[in-house]
Write a protein that binds this ligand. Sequence first.
Ligand SMILES: Cc1cc2nc3c(=O)[nH]c(=O)nc-3n(C[C@H](O)[C@H](O)[C@H](O)COP(=O)(O)O)c2cc1C
Length: 216
Amino acid sequence: MSHFINNNFEDVLINRHSVRHFDPKVKISRDELQTMISEAITAPSACNLQPWRFVIVDTVEGKEKLASFFMKFNKPQLETSSAIVFVFGDTQAYKSYRDLWNKAYEDGRITAEKRDEVLKTFLPLYEAASYEGLIHDAKTNSSLAAMQFMLVARGHGYETNAIQGYNAKVAAETLGLNPERYVPNMAIAIGKPDPNNLPSEIKSTRYTTEDVCQFL
Ligand SMILES: Cc1cc2nc3c(=O)[nH]c(=O)nc-3n(C[C@H](O)[C@H](O)[C@H](O)COP(=O)(O)O)c2cc1C
């Protein structure tokens, strides 16, 4: 049985919009936050590398750290959200790639041949990649998990706001991560909308399909 309180895909997808003023009284349990992350990381990733890392900030002290490098216009989300989930890309995810496939083999899900073939095909690509290439890969793939998290949040009855308005240079270090390894992608504020400060009913405009798409 599904535990999604909103399992209407059309509503989850089409009626998502950024919420920036949350009800500060709403708390989300760490259990539920972890469940939402576990659902978000069903996201696909190149070579199944899963180069993402989440720092979940749900304490006053943690939010003070975020406030030290967030831009002023993002203070309302910081102050009122139930939590901020900071999504990082992991440029060294490939270092545990061997363990991942070994585990799949040990669990009996793949043969030793399959494991060795995957490792032989993909691992050298990452071992030879430039740092810029690893950053690109980490950001692309962690974005997919981030988007899934925003939709999963709606499935759980919450709203979100993706945030990149912060000083990216200090993000990892301030949150206790190795800045060489972890590259900030985006933070996601999550909570229930403030009933006294609801976003306008007017949808943010989008370009038309014709503007952004062509067939070949
Ligand atoms: C990667 C990313 C970064 C964003 N950064 C911010 C931000 O720093 N502050 C903010 O208020 N909104 C931010 N947004 C939200 C966008 O402004 C918003 O998604 C866009 O205007 C479309 O509106 P909608 O989310 O309501 O559909 C960001 C969105 C994305 C995807």
